[in-house]
Design a protein around this ligand. Structure first.
Ligand code: DOR
Length: 436
């Protein structure tokens, strides 16, 4: 006999919801895509389960039940670069990585600086395995010269703007972006690398770049960009979010600005809290070419410190698919970016939680309630009445990253063959299991 009152129940799991300050064993009941109730285990609730068909019950024994993870920095490549990824394939990768929501970056072709392209991506996402929030471009064609129609973009549903991949070099334009977005209360997400200082750089400017004979991009390119934008943020009263923080100078600047009450937030990516530029010398793996580049141990440690003390609010993958043909070349000719949707959770568990830097609750906060707060999303919590986006995690499951199992259309990951701990068990989007 099947329950008509509920569609699905998740039993025996440990429920962690940072938004609710909740961390207890509980049963989660779902109906019509929404969370109906969360109740502690009891004889009564076990009796209630007798009304359920087997197929309506998910047993989460020894598992963590958390709000569906949100990745606020993803490149879906559609329209324009469908050879590397599509909305559908990127969302399949998201589901396989435990992400129920993602924010897609506007550096597509055409770029997402107008309502038609936003609508196109939204339509593609309707039947996808993850919910897609579209991020619009700050400037037309991401050229850094003229603001895009941010009001139009907001009206059709963009939750933030960014020129990701490019720093808005002109401070006057950035000032206007921070001022104008105040009207809609959306943040400006900045790729903070001074264009002139990093011109031609393919890796961090350091001992390693000198040794390898590669043109370097110095850490100060990021630090200067962050400091300028903090000043503009303070001046305008707008909302600034620094993407993929990679340097000690940037972490320290953001920490100080937050202490002073400036409205700035930040994210970090796994590759910046795991690798240093020494890794490149080991074999010129083009999947290690990223912007901003992998830095020194001092920078990596500062990113970890920033994650620990809350200077860095969010963990995002910067999932940046590139086709095998594009990455199969000399290191300095390769396009920047690595995929990340399917490895981020395992990397966070193995390199932040297992090392004692973050608790599960802290890590989940940085992938659910914090991005939700920054972008004002209606998801990211298991509160009763909210959309039933849920990730069930097998917290100590050991697994090996296998390129053949990637759902992403691209395989440009430096983690292939790595042994990780912590894996998604099931991903539930709007009450439906989209990955198990
Ligand atoms: O490494 C990167 N790749 N960094 C970016 O900011 C852009 C991204 C891409 O679009 O490939």
């Amino acid at each position: 006999m099947a329950s008509k009152k509920y569609d699905l129940v998740i039993k025996n799991g440990r429920v962690i919801d940072p938004a609710l300050g909740f961390g207890k064993d509980a049963y989660v009941f779902i109906k019509d895509g929404y969370i109906k109730k969360i109740v502690p285990p009891s004889a009564a609730v076990k009796r209630e389960l007798k009304n359920f068909d087997e197929r309506q019950i998910v047993d989460a024994h020894d598992k963590l039940v958390v709000p569906g993870l949100i990745d606020m920095h993803v490149h879906l490549r559609e329209p324009g670069y469908e050879r590397a990824e599509t909305v559908a394939s990127g969302c399949r990768a998201a589901a396989a990585g435990g992400f129920t929501s993602l924010c897609c970056m506007p550096n597509t072709n055409p770029c997402i600086d107008n309502q038609e392209t936003v609508k196109f991506v939204q339509d593609r996402a309707k039947s996808a395995d993850a919910h897609v929030y579209v991020i619009g471009a700050i400037t037309k064609n991401i050229a850094g010269e003229e603001l895009s129609e941010i009001g139009d973009l907001f009206n059709i549903g963009v939750v933030a703007v960014t020129d990701d991949g490019h720093y808005v070099q002109n401070p006057e334009i950035m000032r206007r972006a921070l001022e104008y977005t105040k009207m809609f209360d959306i943040p400006v997400l900045q790729h903070a690398e001074d264009v002139y200082l990093c011109a031609g750089g393919v890796m961090n400017e350091s001992f390693q770049s000198t040794r390898l004979g590669m043109k370097g991009s110095p850490a100060v390119a990021e630090e200067i960009a962050v400091l300028r934008d903090i000043a503009l943020c303070r001046f305008t009263g707008g909302r600034l979010h620094i993407q993929h923080v990679s340097t000690r100078g940037a972490v320290e600047a953001i920490r100080k600005a937050k202490q002073e009450g400036v409205n700035v937030t930040a994210e970090a990516c796994p590759h910046h809290f795991i690798f240093t530029d020494d890794e490149i010398a080991k074999g010129f793996n083009t999947n290690l070419r990223v912007n901003p580049p992998l830095r020194t141990a001092e920078d990596r440690d500062a990113v970890i410190e920033g994650l620990i003390d809350g200077t860095i609010d969010c963990i995002a993958s910067d999932h940046a698919p590139h086709s095998e043909e594009d990455k199969d070349c000399e290191f300095d000719l390769a396009p920047a970016g690595m995929i990340g949707l399917e490895t981020t959770l395992g990397l966070v568990k193995t390199y932040l939680i297992d090392k004692g830097y973050l608790s599960w609750a802290d890590a989940i906060r940085k992938m659910t309630s914090n991005p939700s707060k920054i972008l004002k999303l209606e998801r990211g919590t298991l509160e009763e009445g909210k959309i039933a986006d849920i990730t069930i995690i097998d917290p100590d499951k050991k697994w090996t990253v296998d390129a053949n199992k990637f759902r992403s259309k691209s395989k440009n990951s430096p983690y292939i063959g790595w042994k990780l701990s912590g894996k998604v068990f099931k991903t539930i989007l709007e009450g439906k299991i989209v990955f198990e």
